[in-house]
Design a protein around this ligand. Sequence first.
Ligand SMILES: Nc1ncnc2c1ncn2[C@@H]1O[C@H](COP(=O)(O)OP(=O)(O)OP(=O)(O)O)[C@@H](O)[C@H]1O
Ligand SMILES: [Mg+2]
Length: 302
Amino acid sequence: MHPSNSTTDNGKVIMFTGKGGVGKTTCAAATALHYASCGESTLVLSTDPTPSLSHIFETTDRQKPKQVAENLYLQEVGLNEVKQMWDKKFGREVYEVFSTLVSVSYEDFVDFITSILPGLADEFMVDYLKGLFQQKTYARIVWDTAPLGQTLGLLQTPAMLSQHLKPAPRIYSKLKLGSETRRSVLDIIKGWEKLSGQDMDFLRKDVSFTLVTIPEALAVAQLESIMGEFDKLEGRIERLVINNVVQDTSSAFLMTKAEMQKPYIELIRQRYQGMEITEIPLLPSEIKGIAALQHITQYLFR
Ligand SMILES: Nc1ncnc2c1ncn2[C@@H]1O[C@H](COP(=O)(O)OP(=O)(O)OP(=O)(O)O)[C@@H](O)[C@H]1O
Ligand SMILES: [Mg+2]
């Protein structure tokens, strides 16, 4: 099945970020379900190597994107696909630059780059997402796991590179490349710089970030550094979700856990006063399937 063309033109992208296992996929799925049920054509997207979105939506459909509910489409992009996309869009050019310096076969080079560079998949996904956003096929795009600030900082690498190359423009502008592009290294790097600038602009202007956390020491401690990275990039974290909050205190066990969580919740509320903060209770049952997700949706969109 194919996504219908949306009539709304204010497509909006929401990205979920936060440390491992705090509930990003669950919240992303519930958010996407909300917009879809409001009648907006919605895509929920992830680069998770384990297909956790398919698991949550209980689908084994191999279609890409696959429809999982009315107005709701799911797409999981594996590392191999990212590699192919990267290869198609940047591979040759990057290779040409590198092969002026080291001798390596093209295939080895692509393998090396896509497996070694941390965050390359995420970085490339930003570019891919920007394309989807501009096509306006969907009214909403929800990205399961957004890279953390550090990874997004990678987008600024080309700008850094060209900054470093500035003192030697004569050398680099003369270093002509292979027959394919016939462009100078400097031109190519300028091209990347422009592209990464556009990707950064997209992140700043068109994307809203939701940061998911849980009320525990480590997660709360990490919030500071995540917020700091986003500040540097001028990204907008619009919403903070505190997940797994114990609300049922009917047993001594739960009561102790709730007491443990309390100071962390207070700390978060005090520290991030200007932000929209939403609490989601720790639920007793597994969150799998549309009905279970709707439960989470209720808390996210009261
Ligand atoms: N409020 C909740 N109540 C009960 N269980 C929850 C809640 N939120 C999430 N879970 C469960 O916690 C587990 C981790 O959630 P999820 O996969 O959404 O986290 P994640 O941040 O995406 O993890 P990862 O970093 O590995 O991608 C899942 O089994 C999910 O069903
Ligand atoms: Mg996940």
